[in-house]
Design a protein around this ligand. Structure first.
Ligand SMILES: Cc1ncc(COP(=O)(O)O)c(C=O)c1O
Length: 391
């Protein structure tokens, strides 16, 4: 089926007046998947009791099954969450960290997760250690040296992004995993940007915990994320919110606990009070949409456009790139020589109709360009022309 950018643009719902170069923040949902989402919402409204007491469980299982094939894991090892922050919070809430233990992370983590770990460390009196990653990253070895420099015998968990948010880099996560295993350190991977962006093979990667978002790059509507937990840790999991699927192990609740699936992990997390789970049910439609449009081709096209865009902009500014090309997927963060990132963002949006996120880090202003199937070279040219005018 046709997958050129003009055709795909007609399938997405982004305002055509805007040059949209910010897919990475919240993703975008194409019409056929959005229609599937609305179909589930209508089914829910037509017969809410039947839907929420029976149908939704059946459909959740179908959806998890499709997602588990897509990321290669057991369908009962993943459960849906509305967003990655929520899923990471559930991990933090469920692991035992003693005061002498340390969590090793980077200085490039997403703000909400960084805040949660920081606060949990303060409350529980353990060290949350951010290894500073020197930019530009030269290669995997220098990255790994930077990362592991603050590991020690007390390091109990590694928490790291598979693809970083603000800096938009695909980190050498397999190499991090290998080293963590050698050192006997457990791994918690924040893969918010991974599903639908680069290949994810959970069985091969073998993390202890993995969080992913489906609404960013997998084409689902907003509010679909998952938490993978290795089987051996699932019995330790307790949902913050205890509802009807929880409590089977207690005499008081033995008879009243709803066991909609054979998996305790599913039962305790999937029912979290009345809520609209329609977005979770769209995963089969999202995967079908990508398959129908030969999404690997779309990803490859976007990745080569990203490399070309970064080359052109770096030639324009003469500022070094922050990482090698191999670290790039469909996003790239590029330093731009202006002082105020908020003014840059406002100017690009209001004067040039360009939606793109901007940042300040270590005294540098930068923006992050994301390219999805609906973007064309003309979008990149619009950005470059605006940047030329701002230099
Ligand atoms: C790497 C990373 N982790 C976690 C998140 C958290 O996402 P949310 O705010 O939707 O929970 C994001 C969001 O962009 C992210 O980029």
């Amino acid at each position: 089926m046709n997958n050129d950018s003009t055709y795909l643009k007609s399938l997405f719902q982004i305002n055509p007046e805007i040059t949209f170069l910010n897919h990475g923040s919240y993703g975008a949902c194409p019409k056929p998947v959005f229609e599937d989402y609305q179909k589930w919402q209508i089914k829910l409204e037509r017969d809410p009791v039947k839907f929420l007491t029976n149908d939704v469980y059946e459909q959740l299982e179908i959806s998890r099954n499709e997602l588990s094939k897509y990321i290669n894991c057991d369908k009962n090892d993943i459960t849906y969450f509305p967003n990655p922050t929520h899923a990471v919070a559930s991990i933090i809430d469920n692991i035992k960290i003693n005061p002498e233990d340390e969590i090793l992370t980077t200085n490039l983590e997403y703000g909400s997760c960084d805040r949660m770990w920081f606060y949990h460390g303060k409350q529980n009196n353990y060290k949350y250690v951010r290894s500073p990653i020197t930019l530009p990253v030269i290669d995997d070895n220098t990255f790994l040296q930077n990362f592991w420099q603050h590991a020690n015998n007390n390091t109990k968990y590694v928490f790291i992004s598979h693809i970083t948010s603000g800096t938009g880099m695909i980190l050498p996560i397999e190499k991090v995993m290998n080293e963590a295993k050698k050192r006997g350190i457990k791994t918690i991977i924040d893969g918010a940007h991974v599903p639908g962006h680069i290949n994810l093979d959970i069985k091969k990667l073998d993390p202890d915990y993995y969080v992913g978002a489906c609404h960013k790059w997998m084409c689902s509507p907003k509010g679909v994320s998952f938490l993978y937990v290795k089987k051996e840790y699932q019995s330790n999991m307790q949902p913050y919110l205890k509802s009807w699927g929880w409590g089977i192990e207690f005499d008081e609740f033995k008879d009243s606990t709803e066991q909609k699936t054979p998996s305790r992990y599913q039962n305790i997390f999937q029912w979290q009070g009345t809520r609209d789970m329609s977005a979770f049910l769209t995963i089969p439609a999202a995967i079908k949409f990508q398959n129908d449009h030969n999404w690997h081709e779309v990803q490859d096209r976007c990745m080569s456009m990203i490399i070309n865009a970064r080359n052109e902009i770096s030639t324009l500014t003469q500022i070094p790139k922050i990482c090698p090309d191999e670290y790039l997927g469909q996003m790239s963060t590029i330093i731009f020589p202006v002082n105020d990132h908020k003014v840059l963002k406002e100017t690009l949006y209001h004067t040039y109709n360009i939606e793109i996120p901007t940042y300040t880090k270590d005294g540098h202003t930068a923006f992050r360009i994301s390219l999805q199937g609906y973007n064309s070279n003309a979008d990149v040219e619009t950005l470059i022309n605006a940047l030329k005018a701002l230099l």
